[in-house]
Ligand binder design. Structure first.
Ligand code: FPP
Length: 244
């Protein structure tokens, strides 16, 4: 991956785009190929889109790679996806490091193989000093699961006497979420024509804009990504208030 430049980040303010990368399976099936071929094409798009972030003015990119519900897929598909995540880490680590991308993972690591978790930890460490783009990959992630785990940790702190029930407010709860290091998403894009949130960043997207597009993820180009992000700039967000 080429060195990422930050010329288009004019305001310097964080701008967070989250993507539900849908349509890989259909893309492959339409071509008479196994679903995993679609996932492999999808991984190529990830590379191009990460690379485009600075020019699109995106400082934070969060990608939904594997949900807590995706374990219900066939063993072949799940195993293939896990192999793909390993391959992505092996192939991209150096390029991401050199391009200034900081990578972090969200989701429950408990069900992932130890060797994969180790690769994820290593990539996080390798890129820890980077800051041109903050790439967050959601792996075995579910919004309800995340909030449940946060509530459990919060309850534990109360049990231990570290906090009291009076400390529980939105800000405190957010500190227990996997995303505690992230600003809330400004824009959530879902590809493949489905208009659902599918348990993705439920808490964090309370005020996000949504863009549901028909393009299947393997066809989703960096140019289309940039166009959508730029069109977001002309929308007005009121966060529940009124305009002056
Ligand atoms: C949903 O499409 C997609 C997934 C469950 C996997 C997403 C994974 C990638 C794009 C590959 C690599 C990602 C990274 C971060 C390395 P689907 O299979 O449900 O599509 P369908 O609705 O057409 O069946």
């Amino acid at each position: 991956m080429a060195k990422i430049t930050t010329s288009a980040q004019s305001s310097g303010a964080p701008f967070h785009v989250a993507c539900i990368m849908d349509g890989n399976g259909r893309w492959a099936q339409m071509r008479g190929r196994p679903r995993l071929v679609g996932h492999h094409m999808g991984a190529k798009r990830v590379r191009e889109i990460v690379q485009r972030c600075p020019d699109a003015g995106v400082t934070h990119l969060t990608l939904f790679a594997f949900s807590t519900e995706n374990w219900k897929r066939t063993q072949t598909e799940v195993a293939g996806l896990m192999r793909l995540f390993r391959r992505y880490i092996i192939n991209e680590a150096k390029g991401l490091k050199n391009a200034g991308v900081r990578v972090r993972f969200i989701g429950d690591r408990i069900r992932l193989e130890d060797s994969l978790v180790k690769m994820m930890d290593d990539l996080e460490m390798l890129t820890a000093d980077n800051s041109s783009v903050h790439l967050t990959i959601a792996l075995n992630y579910g919004g309800r699961d995340e909030v449940t785990r946060a509530a459990r940790r919060l309850a534990y702190e109360i049990e231990q006497g570290e906090l009291t029930h009076k400390d529980v407010d939105a800000e405190t709860l957010a500190r227990f979420l996997d995303t505690r290091f992230l600003p809330d998403p400004d824009l959530v894009i879902r590809t493949s024509g489905e208009a659902r949130i599918s348990n993705f960043l439920l808490w964090q997207s309370a005020y996000a804009e949504y863009e549901f597009i028909d393009t299947l993820w393997p066809d989703f180009s960096a140019d289309e990504f940039q166009r959508i992000v730029e069109s977001y700039g002309s929308r007005e967000r009121r966060f529940g208030g009124v305009t002056a």
